[in-house]
Write a protein that binds this ligand. Structure first.
Ligand code: SF4
Length: 864
């Protein structure tokens, strides 16, 4: 092979993976011989070579039909299937297109006459024949040919050699044989050590054994090279990479950005659409195709590709938080950008680049040919998600280059795709990127992991063949969809014939034994513990292998240093000159759990909101507050309510609701549809509430939602805002706080769940006869109160006032004062122990921070 490559001959391999391995081998020979310069080896996979020859012929004869590229071929199959009878009803047209392509390939490879297929006349074979007819007709219309037609016009040029392999397509193999092209003899057989067969306790243990085997050999012989075949690699790429990284490249788990090389590589690509530059480009394009949810715009804003610096990333995170409370649940990209810009971040890099991206695309409206879209898209990418391309890693550059090639191939398909609107064009591009596998060029390292059950042709120091269990080796039948199985057998389609599969397996097994001095066959029990029997075809009986999986976290945990327990539940004392309390919510959090008080009150660990369709719970609460403020501002008390007849009252309620909606929407407007829906709901709620207010002892409203007042407790200031203060006829005062959820008398006890009403009482103790939650709730309206005489409200049988056992309000206020002072003083002193009340954790999101399960001892956990 070395001589052939150096004499300028072209070596043909049956697939790209083998071609790459041969190329690498020739290059390594030159290096081993100390060469500094050598001719580039001409080693091609056969399909690529055919395309190149056809392209050369087209240069000489412009009348030749164009050969469809991969994307065009897929899209053409998809479109003919969708246009066929019943095609539109297929759930998965892409899957059908794939099957049709594979079936056509098999028909050509094995020389199956279409008439034979028609004779079978099964539903599937007839569907395939119809699709195939349409496909060929469309090719003629477009003056194109499919790649599978290239062989018919392949030239027999001199200077060709090919390597022998059982995976040649039969039709190609016949052509190679008949064209009298020289075949390279397989490499010399190595002197083989006895092969081994091993059985692992699980697929993970099998991978671990493989990785350890490679690592052991690399340690003993640094230039050890191995070929590993894992037939189900594509189903468990992540597990394979994890197992190999854990043993062969543990440095990859370091938390650095470094692109760490590893002595192994996994063959076959992953979808191009998954690589960061491509993902960013597609996400930005998808964002222009309609309404965008908050989650989608949040992802877009936080894309690293749009952040010039860490400051920009932090600004994007801050903007994300703002949009959560100010944004709609969905809007188009232009509206999102406008809102974000008005929130004060127009200079942020993500917004700047997204604006530039959108402006570039805005220059095109209506339907265009894909070549026009591609030009525009590339300009938009370079203004937006690719603007910081100078920072890309090698892998990202390669992926973006491959994506550009894909775009270029789409741009040649104007005749096929015709004019497309923006959404349809973006769909075509997204499908193409998702269906295109890509693998960055890493060279061929010492350990090559392949999914292809094939003869590696080259000799290696070691070979490992996985999945050699009774049910998977020889491979089970895998007939080609859409073609009758009997017909496939008649024409020698190997995956459809168990005998042919067996013969192929025996042939491959014999070759493998010749290719490496160290050959291992393995199988594994299933991951749910079902035992697996090694294949009887294996040349030796198996032995158990004891490797255990080494997920990196496991290895890290094993080697973790012993941890010393340090109990640290005292924060620095509250710094009154630089810190601010958060009003009653600080005391509430501290009372429920000292750590929660510290985290929420001082570390400001706020729960992130998320825009929901319509008004969220907080906003609905604020709407009720706004509406009742206006309503009682007009009524002024129970007399005003009683004097008003139904019609003016209806108008007043409606007006209150409209004003509340207008005021609330200044903060966040979920849209006209939601405003319209909210109006009748609020109106009904207010009418229900007024019915409860009518049952009360006569009162006048003394104060409504006044500005914040300052309460002093534990040496700290707390801003407090009382919703409403009523005055009764005898001068007694009632303090009311509106709640729109369900409420209970949660202010009681030494550690009240909510000390809000006691704090109000301490602020306004004069002539106090009652404090109350006004439960303004569509399910139930009423007052939940502590009162010194029963007629202030309609008595609540469910939650009666107890005055906590005190005879009058002055005594109760004294009791509350003691409690609030203790809670406030603890907060001021920095008490931060994890000490939740019984139900505190059920309404708290701080578990990841306080680690409550590990903070409780077993008995407490059981109690919880
Ligand atoms: S989850 Fe429970 S223990 Fe943890 S901070 Fe919240 S209330 Fe305290």
């Amino acid at each position: 092979m070395f001589d052939a490559a150096n004499s300028g001959q072209t070596l043909l391999a049956p697939n790209t993976e083998l071609a790459a391995a041969l190329f690498d081998w020739v290059e390594r020979q030159h290096l081993a011989l100390g060469h500094e310069i050598w001719p580039t080896p001409r080693i091609r996979d056969f399909s690529g070579w055919l395309r190149e020859r056809y392209a050369e012929r087209q240069l000489l004869d412009a009348s030749l039909p164009r050969c469809l590229n991969d994307v065009e071929e897929r899209e053409l199959w998809r479109s003919v299937i969708l246009e066929s009878d019943g095609g539109a009803e297929l759930l998965e047209p892409n899957g059908a297109a794939q099957s049709a392509r594979r079936a056509r390939r098999a028909v050509i490879d094995y020389g199956i006459p279409l008439q034979k297929l028609a004779d079978y006349a099964t539903e599937e074979s007839l569907a395939f024949l119809d699709w195939n007819r349409r496909f060929e007709a469309r090719c003629r219309e477009l003056h194109c040919i499919a790649p599978d037609q290239l062989l018919a016009s392949a030239p027999t040029v001199s200077g060709l050699v090919w390597i022998e392999s059982p995976i040649w397509r039969p039709v190609v193999r016949r052509w190679l044989d008949s064209s009298a092209i020289a075949m390279l003899p397989p490499p010399r057989a190595v002197s083989a050590a006895p092969p081994r067969a091993v059985a692992a306790a699980s697929p993970a243990a099998e991978l671990a054994a493989m990785a350890e085997w490679a690592a052991d050999h690399l340690r003993a012989t640094p230039d050890f090279r191995a070929w590993i075949c894992i037939p189900d690699l594509n189903l468990r790429r992540a597990e394979v990479a994890d197992a190999f990284d854990a043993v062969l490249a543990p440095q990859r788990f370091l938390l650095t950005d470094a692109d760490v090389p590893a002595p192994y590589a996994v063959a076959g690509g992953t979808p191009l659409a998954d690589y960061p530059p491509v993902r960013a480009a597609l996400a930005a394009l998808a964002a222009t195709t309609g309404m965008l949810s908050f989650e989608a715009v949040s992802d877009l804003l936080r894309m690293p590709q749009l952040h010039f610096s860490a400051t920009d990333a932090a600004a994007a995170a801050q903007l994300d938080v703002e949009l959560r409370s100010r944004g709609p649940s969905e809007a188009d990209l232009a509206d999102w950008l406008l809102l974000a810009e008005t929130l004060g971040a127009p200079a942020m890099s993500a917004l700047k680049y997204l604006r530039a991206f959108l402006t570039t695309l805005d220059s095109a409206r209506g339907a265009h040919f894909l070549s026009q879209w591609v030009t525009l898209w590339i300009a938009a990418f370079e203004a937006g998600p690719w603007v910081l391309r100078q920072r890309w890693s090698s892998t990202e550059f390669q992926a973006a280059e491959r994506f550009r090639e894909l775009l270029a191939s789409l741009a040649t398909g104007d005749a096929l795709f015709g004019k497309q609107g923006s959404v349809a064009a973006i769909r075509i591009l997204s499908r193409a990127a998702a269906d295109t596998a890509f693998q960055p060029q890493t060279g061929i390292p010492a350990i090559w992991v392949s999914a292809q059950i094939m003869d590696p042709w080259l000799t290696y120091d070691g070979l490992w063949l996985a999945g050699c269990s009774e049910d998977r080796w020889p491979p089970p039948l895998d007939p080609i969809a859409l073609l009758p199985v009997k017909l496939q057998r008649d024409y020698g389609v190997i995956p459809a014939d168990i005998e042919a599969q067996l013969q192929l397996a025996e042939d491959l097994q014999a070759r493998w034994l010749l290719r490496a001095g160290n050959c291992v066959f393995s199988c594994a029990d299933t991951s749910d513990g079902r035992p697996t029997t090694p294949s009887p075809l294996l040349p030796v009986s198996s032995e158990p292998v004891s490797s255990s999986p080494q997920p990196h976290w496991h290895a890290q945990a094993l080697h973790a240093p012993p941890l010393e327990v340090l109990r640290d539940d005292a924060a620095p004392a509250f710094a009154v000159d630089v810190e601010r309390t958060r009003g009653v919510s600080t005391l509430r959090a501290q009372s429920r759990c000292a750590f929660r008080g510290y985290a929420e009150g001082r570390l400001l660990t706020d729960r992130l909101e998320k825009p929901v369709p319509g008004f969220n719970l907080r906003e609905r609460g604020e709407l009720v507050h706004h509406a009742l403020e206006y309503l009682w501002g007009q009524l002024k008390g129970s007399a005003g309510l009683a004097a008003m007849t139904s019609e003016p009252l209806e108008a007043l309620v409606a007006n209150s609701v409209s004003r509340a909606l207008a005021k609330q929407c200044e903060q966040r407007d979920p849209g006209a549809r939601w405003r319209r829906r909210e109006h009748p709901r609020m109106t009904a709620l207010l009418n229900k509430w007024l019915a409860i207010e009518r049952l009360r002892e006569p009162f006048t409203v003394e104060q409504l939602e006044q500005g914040a007042q300052i309460a002093h407790h534990g040496g700290l200031d707390f801003r407090v805002r009382i919703d409403r203060v009523d005055r009764l006829l005898d001068g007694g005062r009632v303090l009311i706080d509106y709640k729109t959820g369900n409420v209970s008398p949660d202010w009681r006890g030494d550690r009240p769940d909510n000390p809000q009403l006691p704090v109000y009482a301490l602020l306004r103790p004069d002539a106090l006869v009652a404090v109350a939650y006004g439960m303004v709730n569509a399910g139930e309206c009423g007052f939940v109160a502590e009162h010194s005489r029963p007629k202030v409200f309609k008595p609540s049988r469910r939650m009666p006032s107890s005055m906590e056992g005190m005879p009058d309000f002055p005594s109760l206020i004294a009791l509350w004062s003691e409690r609030i002072e203790v809670i406030a003083a603890q907060f001021a002193a920095g008490h931060a122990e994890v000490s939740p009340t019984l139900r505190a954790c059920s309404t708290c999101n701080l578990q990841p921070l306080c680690r409550i399960p590990s903070a409780l001892d077993d008995q407490e956990s059981a109690d919880e």
